[in-house]
Design a protein around this ligand. Structure first.
Ligand code: MG
Length: 199
């Protein structure tokens, strides 16, 4: 007789720009609790170099990317009953530049398809990739670009419970968002099915 496998925790798929870096907040007013980081990540430098070359000023130096991050978010995320996964265009750079600032360990990350998928019906390009990565496992996903077409797509294509939680990029993750995420995880039965209907 084999022992039953331990219950799997749901996944928490994390976007960076929007939920963790409230990039749409007023430029001169850093939101309370956040610290400013000016980063020259390889992806950002490559994008800046393309931009400068397009302007025909390739000899100019790339400007750093300004990122706001809240160091309280790391412990708050780690305390949630989820397995954390980066679901951001930062990909592996989230582990190099964001995790250390937040005090998070190195996390699995979704390596997006190249070229990006182009789903129809207003579905965000990340959505089919998220569902494929989750492979049926219950998940919550926080992102500033989630909309109703994404919720409908996930209902049709993902067999397990899922919470698609939009975060305002002017505000970033708030205590209410953490409460919603915790409630979702705690409402899952030990076998990962939904106890209550989840939208
Ligand atoms: Mg985003």
């Amino acid at each position: 007789m084999t022992a039953p496998s331990p219950p799997q925790r749901p996944l928490l798929l994390l976007d960076v720009d929007g939920p963790l870096n409230p990039y749409a907040a007023k430029p001169q007013r850093r939101p309370a609790g956040y610290r400013t980081h000016r980063l020259l990540t390889p992806r950002w430098v490559a994008a800046e170099q393309r931009r400068l070359a397009a302007w025909d000023i390739p000899e100019s130096r790339p400007r750093p990317l300004r990122v706001w991050l809240n160091p309280d978010h790391g412990p708050a995320l780690a305390a949630l009953p989820f397995d954390l996964v980066w679901a951001t265009t930062w990909e592996e750079e989230a582990n190099a530049y964001v995790s250390p600032v937040l005090g998070l360990p190195e996390l699995p990350f979704i390596a997006w398809s190249v070229p990006r998928p182009t789903p129809e019906g207003g579905v965000f390009w990340k959505t089919p990739e998220i569902v494929a990565w989750a492979a049926g496992r219950p998940f919550a996903w926080v992102d500033d670009e989630i909309g109703e077409p994404d919720r409908a797509w996930v209902r049709d294509h993902h067999p397990g419970p899922a919470l698609l939680h939009r975060v305002d990029p002017k505000l970033g993750l708030l205590p209410e968002d953490f409460a919603v995420l915790r409630r979702f995880a705690e409402d899952l039965a030990p076998d990962g099915t939904a106890i209550h209907a989840i939208s």
